[in-house]
Design a protein around this ligand. Sequence first.
Ligand code: C5P
Length: 304
Amino acid sequence: MTLGKTLTVRAPAKINLHLGVGAPREDGFHPLTSVYQAVGVYDDLTVEDGDSWSVDVTVSDWMDRSHVPLDGDNIVDRAAALLAGHHGLAVSGSVHIDKAIPVAGGMAGGSADAAAALVALDRLWEANTSDDDLLALAAQLGSDVPFALVGGTALGTGRGEVVEPVTDTGTWWWVLVPSPIGLSTPEIYRHFDRLFPDAPAVPPMPEPLLAALEAGDPHALAAALHNDLQPAALDLRPDLAKLIAAGESAGALRGVVTGSGPTCVFLCESADQARETAAELRAAHDVVLVTTGAVAGAHPVSYV
Ligand code: C5P
């Protein structure tokens, strides 16, 4: 059955409620104990049937398009090649990405695009890839790509690519403040290694945070938010400490750097508190987003 000529898949940004980082493994990656949450900031990826292959991008007006690599080595090119190779198919179609997830922001925007590409091209090419195979291909593309497929709230282990859902009964209100200047993920990990030469082989499980999610208690969750990469991010970007203090004094329960930064996220008790916090932060920051989690992973939103 032909599904149609064009198909749009929406994939969410992630934030880290907990990011525990261990000492680097032999392959250079760091063992992680991560709790991810998918939040309502999305990239939409549209694929259209065609014999040749192309990828182009438009970005939200506050974002700099030049930061998105479009030189044939975009993560979407790699996703397409991997999926096609898995099935012995030729890569074909034209892809358009409509980005709202900050680029190089620590929110897994590239991973969201890769996950969306896998879902979209699987349908366009009628490849019927099993969920297990799709997750395995996602893991080859990047540590955060499997989570972008799964969404919700999930525990990530291994190098972040082994994901399993956790019980989450809350609706969480977040204020997100991206930064106009991105941070390099490898650089943050290298700085983490310098700061913490005695990091453990396996970072411990964040039990109080998992209990807060199960209880749906924002105050307990705020107290339990933690990111082992935050000291490295703050060292390289001291302005982020001021931003976190400003968000907390504007009313948020707690602010933290998310992932490898520089985006900072603020947990709020309610929609009103989130809007008030955002309004105050807008005095000094051009882009301040209000959103909720958890939301679904990469999913089709339209066929034409
Ligand atoms: O897996 P991904 O492509 O997202 O990783 C980007 C970079 O981040 C890696 O090349 C590595 O430098 C760093 N990284 C790491 N340990 C992880 C995940 C990422 O050191 N668990």
